[in-house]
Design a protein around this ligand. Sequence first.
Ligand code: HEM
Length: 486
Amino acid sequence: IQQLLFVDSNKPPVVFHIFPFFGSTINYGIDPYKFFFACQEKYGDTFTFILLGRKMTVYLGPKGNDFIFNGKLSQVCAEEAYTHLTTPVFGTDVVYDCPNHKLMDQKRFMKFGLTSETFRAYVPLIIEEVETYLKNSPLFSARKGPVDLLAVIPELTIFTASRTLQGKEIRKGFTGEVAGLYHDLDAGFTPMNFMFPWFPFPQNKRRDAAQRKMAQTYMDIITKRRAAAARGKQPEEKDMIWNLMNQKYKDGTVVPDKEIAHMMIALLMAGQHTSMATMTWILLHLASRPDVVQDLYEEQLRIFGKDLEPLTYESLGELTLHNYVIKETLRIHPPLHSIMRKVKSPMRVPNTHWVIPDNHYLMAAPGVSAIDGKYFKNPTAYDPYRWAGEKVTIEEEEEKFDFGYGLVSKGTSSPYLPFGAGRHRCIGEQFANVQLGTLLAMFVRLLKMNLPDGQKEPAPPDYASLIAMPQRPATMIYEWRKPEKK
Ligand code: HEM
């Protein structure tokens, strides 16, 4: 009877379902947040649901975040949760296709390419990309008009990330063959690929061919750069490829070109969807709040004067309200709604008699505590100003820990963790802040923003892709502040 009622007193409760293999797949897939909150009300913070035959144990709230993000290597494993999705796209021997200690080394290498010095050089490059794009794009050719952000922001994100992190050659490639390769890679990076890795989707063939070609493109760049260095030619820009070419694994081996290529693809994919989704949500929320746009503009006038001096990396730090806007957008729309690990050895849930067996997966959803009234007043309201008073309750002091690639926050008891925590924490946070901050400041300088007449709120999220994007159409009404300067 206990089994029929999905009750096993030694395990967290199982979410009621009728069909054994499908379990709660549909409810979770349509709206994960609605599903998590409904389950939390019924079962508490810890429960197991069936996702296409996999047993997913969710542990919500700051304690759950801590339990999952800080699980020991002997207990939790990210590779087994993600590799079937990521390895065909990134390539072999990197990220989740290698032991964790190798990933820690690789994250250390990538961190070396994400310093204040590089960011200082990136800001003018991002500005140039945005100005050129907005001023030349037929989508912005009127003085005022509607624009589909889902046609604009993916391009702007990829152009700015490729011009900075990926280097000049790859940026150039985005006006030609590389754009097509990226498209084919992206088409193989979907929830379907995640859930049915064994299914021969027709796009998988194109994905695999694109992966090989893309990796070859990076390897050719590396070969050319080595040849130029041998002729005594100094690199024009010290970008991420240059940085990775100069790193060594802890055991002294140099990083093979193929692994550099695969890490570059991983960086491209990890940064593109997350930043693109965040920027789209930022603009949609601002379009619904012209009062905030006006405050942002005034913040820039205060800092840069009435002629708006050029933005710099240092000045980005002074744009307090701009930073609150990014933070608030990530609170309501963290791009990753579910973070997974495979359980490797049975794990007792603290202060309970429950033990999570090693045939389960663990799922953290820090986005749930970020919109929970326990931690944030008026939690679903978009209110960038809330960060001024830091109205978030953090239960314990943030603890820092060195996983081998610099100090990262181990203190996972925060309800607000859009960049994750622990050994798999994001290394791209500062880059994302530079990219998003510069894009945001440029949009505010150049354009006024509104939603179409009669629309008060941004479109609701669509959970059909791996990253929560707004439903189509994501229309914004732009108006040039100084049309004569176009
Ligand atoms: C990991 C979020 C941008 C590279 C993560 C994780 C989260 C996250 C939640 C943890 C995943 C897990 O624990 O399983 C975000 C958000 C971004 C962003 C919200 C932007 C708004 C970027 C960018 C890059 C990047 C721009 C590259 C430059 C990575 C890498 C990891 C990671 C390499 C490590 C994966 C691991 O150790 O397993 N990110 N990310 N991210 N992110 Fe980001």
